[in-house]
Ligand binder design. Sequence first.
Ligand code: BTN
Length: 275
Amino acid sequence: MLHFEYATPLPDAWRALTRCRGMGCPLRVYETVDSTNEAAAQWARAGAPAGALVVADHQTAGRGRHRRVWQADPGKNLLFSLVLRPALPLDRISVLPLLAGLAAAQAIDALTTPLSVALKWPNDLYIAGKKTGGILLESSQSGGSAHPPDFIVLGLGINVNQEQFSPELADTATSLLLETGRFIARDALLAEVLYVFETMYASLGDEAATNRLLASYEARMHQRGERVEIRFPGGMGTRQGVLVGVSPLGALRLRTTEGEVLFHAGDVSTRAIKG
Ligand code: BTN
């Protein structure tokens, strides 16, 4: 059910809240929706402008990476999707998923000091070794890979005020409430994520600025310097090595006995939407 919808221009109160110059305008808020990514993709196909935002209190078919289900109790978490229309082709903006994770991590830190969010490559948000958020990027591409995509949907789920998780997630998932012991205002967190992300997004394509952001990303990297095992999708084997960091294109750098190997986030974290 569509709860309310703001067309551009937004009411002053919301504009002040988001401090947005583009991200979050226009806005659709749903009480319940299948998936904010799906709603945003439909809206994008119907002409939603860059920066359009879909927020929901509850998803009945929230989706995660690798075709997993994204579970979140109604009314407690942050579930939203942004429509992006970058002018650059996807291979020039392969760092986008990482920057989105970095923006979310910095925004959470700002509201939950002294917590510090770690980033599990490419863009899972971790606190104290447990997952507290994730990002799903989906793109629609009718031209070739050298062309900008028709649109990208950037979906973000953050476990904010959830008090408990289902038995299968209890050991691996956490929320900001569980980690801080206090309720976090979801609208304030949303505003902060949009604000931080907007600045990062504007620097895409600027090599020096992107490199600085990737250095910040690496400083937060979960398991950096540790020995890890990389699994290929579809049971296609594993690779072991020391997690070194990320390349200028956002690929994971793994030091193995045969030398350094790169894994590309784009190959594993994006899913095509039929246009
Ligand atoms: C992952 O870690 O697997 C990514 C999870 C992404 C979940 C968010 S919740 C809002 C948006 N709508 C969806 O259906 N998925 C993303």
